[in-house]
Write a protein that binds this ligand. Structure first.
Ligand code: DAH
Length: 367
């Protein structure tokens, strides 16, 4: 500290031999003090050190001035040194006191602000949200099939007619194209469309991969349906395909029954009803005993005791022709489930739109 150097010397040593020089010297010290006040008052520790440096009884600057300037001063300068020292002391003390009051007031205010936060009150809880019922159902379906050796693949929602229809044994003008009202993409080269089912991934997977194949395909599908309580322009499916050298109708039936028991509970029974899909032969609708009445008949199952779950069948050999699989050697089964349908059935939801409106009063029922 530069002023310390100055006050460690006597005025004679500093060469201040006249009253004017003494006054100027005190003015210089006073200015240094004023400048330092501003710098040090922000930080409590720096402030404490600063106050001590100026007013410390033994080696504070004011004490050093008394010892080194006043006491040894020549008699004719003693008066002026004494007066200047008193002025300086009064100034330093007044400023320090003023600052002390200000600093304490600020600390007090900060403490009060802190106390205004009542830490004993419960915190603000943010709702974390839950997995949507569709997602939960997907996860349940995947859990079941992953546990018996299937793996998950996903595919494009924008498809070509070849994958969506032809390679699935649905040629142009086949009536099966009519009941899947298709969204065609205008101006798309090669005539793209929004897939109407997840079945195209059967083809894409077999094209890429040699047998054996055991896959499930979750995903969105699109149809030009008029929206009502059970239809929308988009819904969710999960496709399944198993192909190997020794897969029989028994494997198909066993897998389906295992799935139904896992999904609906051990009491659920399964029924296969003859049906038609271009890409399976034979084809079946899989029904389960009504989960509401247990099979005795109620409004939900329209008093039949059975609920339709999904379509399935043994892969039609014609399909193997499109992917260069050996139809003589290979066999397999496939299935396609409507995830929204399964969720609505399992949880007793009568209106499909509830699944998409994202009303929290609905969503909260499925935590
Ligand atoms: N793709 C059919 C549909 O969307 C569902 C389906 C039925 C898929 C039978 C299959 C199957 O794999 O074997 O209506």
């Amino acid at each position: 500290m530069a002023e310390r150097k100055i006050v460690e010397q006597t005025l004679a040593e500093l060469g201040d031999a006249t009253a004017e020089k003494v006054v100027a010297r005190f003015a210089e010290v006073g200015e240094r003090f004023d400048r330092q006040v501003a710098v040090h008052s922000a930080d409590p520790e720096a402030w404490r050190v600063f106050v001590l440096a100026w007013t410390g009884r033994k080696s504070g600057i004011l004490s050093l001035i008394t010892d080194n300037w006043l006491k040894p001063a020549r008699p004719e300068l003693k008066r002026v040194v004494g007066q200047e020292l008193n002025k300086l002391k009064a100034h330093v003390e007044a400023v320090l006191e003023e600052r002390r009051v200000a600093i304490e007031a600020a600390a007090e205010q900060a403490a009060q602000a802190r106390e205004q936060i009542d830490l004993s009150l419960p915190g603000v809880e943010r709702a974390i949200g839950t997995r949507h019922l569709i997602r939960q159902t997907y996860e349940e379906l995947q859990r079941i099939f992953l546990s018996i050796g299937f793996s998950v693949v996903e595919g494009p929602e924008i498809e070509t007619p070849y994958y969506n229809f032809e390679a699935l044994n649905i040629p142009e003008h086949h009536p099966a194209r009519d009941n899947m009202d298709t969204f065609y993409i205008e101006g798309a080269r090669g005539g793209h469309l929004l897939r109407t089912h997840t079945s195209p991934m059967q083809i894409r997977t077999m094209e890429k991969q040699a047998p054996p194949v055991r896959i499930i395909v979750p995903g969105k599908v699109y149809r030009r349906d008029n929206p009502d309580a059970t239809h929308g322009y988009m819904f969710h499916q999960i496709e399944g395909l198993a192909v190997d050298t020794d897969i029989t109708f028994c494997d198909f039936k066993g897998t389906v029954e295992y799935f139904v028991r896992e999904f609906l509970g051990p009491q659920a029974k399964t029924r296969l009803r003859p049906s038609y899909f271009p890409f399976t032969e034979p084809s079946a609708e899989v029904d389960a005993t009504c989960h509401v009445c247990g099979g005795s008949g109620c409004r939900v199952c329209k008093f039949s005791g059975w609920i339709e779950l999904f379509g399935a069948g043994m892969v039609d050999p014609a399909v193997y022709g499109f992917v260069k699989y050996d139809a003589e050697r290979l066999s397999g089964f496939a299935f396609g489930m409507g995830v929204d349908r399964l969720a609505m059935m399992k949880y007793g939801i009568s209106e499909l739109p509830l699944l998409y409106q994202n009303d929290v009063r609905f969503l909260r029922q499925f935590p």
